[in-house]
Design a protein around this ligand. Structure first.
Ligand code: ZN
Length: 341
């Protein structure tokens, strides 16, 4: 598969010596959607970890997901949807999102522990959280609900990622309205399939596996890659599951393999001083043969850590144009030592 990049160069002069210095940049095109991503502002991917005790101290007092409050504060579902009100698995609770952005939105806590450091998130913890979310999806699906089309899990881990709480939790929703980038990907994958007669994701993963420059490895039928045109400033980890079109086709074994890969990504980014991330499911509808289930793990950090400047500025926020501060191939090499299965 031919991947497109436009190389650019900026010449600046030293203010004292007037000697010229060339600064490279690159505009990459996402091979599916054509979305562009800029590789620029090259810097060492290294951040200082803050004093977590200071960040976390006292936040449990007001935390609605802590075990002394979660069952008193959080609402119940309509009894046509979940007759028992909430879904509970051990110390994990799934309840309606009180700030819904769609009609069937839920939040699932990862259990009673208020702060779980990123390096202590285990595959088992992730699998238990995912299973609870899947129980919700299966309930929605069994009702033949009109919103039972796309079953999505989003994860904002720690405030830097957009989470309003320290307590780890998942955003879980079923919707007939595909979010922007997912919808654009689905449209592009459909078009690719009509034009080429093959599945974009199958072709792409095959090509990336052969190319090796961004390939991180496999857990079962899940392939792990450093994204060619990342959204995150420190790159993104992309996981694509062979043969799976939509969320509900994932097996329990797939969940374990996805969870294992996610913990590898967390371990690798932790070494760069990153302690926050977003993770989104990208799913097709039930019989969307033209697509493959995939997810993006995108580390979140700061442009200026001392000032708390977020890693999203005008370019990204209003143009949806992304900046990545290292080549995805170099990011792959930084992540690879942890991606040993
Ligand atoms: Zn809490």
């Amino acid at each position: 598969m031919k991947l497109e990049a436009h190389h650019k160069e900026t010449v600046v002069l030293d203010p004292k010596t007037r000697t010229a210095r060339a600064i490279p940049s690159e505009i990459r095109k996402d091979p599916l959607t054509g979305r562009t991503a800029r590789i620029c502002h090259f810097m060492k991917l290294k951040w200082e970890k803050p004093d977590f005790e200071k960040i976390v101290a006292g936040t449990e007092k007001m935390c609605p997901f802590c075990p002394d409050k979660v069952l008193n504060i959080t609402p119940y579902f309509d009894d046509k949807l979940i007759p028992e009100g909430r879904l509970i698995s051990g110390d994990m609770v799934l309840f309606p999102n009180i700030a819904p952005y769609d009609s069937l939105g839920a939040v699932a806590t990862f259990g009673s522990r208020h702060y779980v450091p990123m390096t202590e998130i285990t595959p088992e913890l992730i699998v238990r959280g995912l299973r609870l979310a899947f129980e919700f999806f299966n309930r929605v699906e069994s009702l033949n609900h009109p919103e039972s089309v796309y079953h999505i899990i989003n994860w904002n881990y720690m405030p830097v990622s957009g989470s309003s709480l320290i307590h780890p939790h998942l955003q879980v929703f079923s919707t007939s309205s595909a979010p922007n980038l997912m919808r654009q990907e689905l449209e592009a994958a459909k078009e690719y399939h009509e034009k080429n007669g093959t599945n974009f994701w199958d072709d792409f993963v095959k090509s990336e596996e052969l190319e090796k420059k961004r390939f991180l490895g496999r857990t079962g039928r899940t392939a792990w890659l450093s994204s060619y045109a990342p959204i995150g400033v420190a790159g993104d980890v992309l996981a694509v599951v062979d043969g799976v079109r939509c969320t509900l086709e994932l097996t329990d074994k797939d969940l374990w393999e996805i969870a294992l890969g996610l913990t590898k990504a967390m371990a690798a980014y932790d070494k760069m001083g990153i302690y926050s991330f977003n993770m989104n499911f990208f799913t097709g509808a039930k019989n969307d043969d033209f697509t493959r289930f995939h997810l993006l793990f995108s580390p979140r950090t700061f442009f200026n850590q001392a000032l708390g400047t977020p890693d999203v500025g005008a370019l990204r926020n209003l143009f949806n144009e992304t900046l990545c501060m290292a080549f995805p191939e170099d990011i792959r090499d930084m992540l690879a030592p942890d991606f040993i299965f």
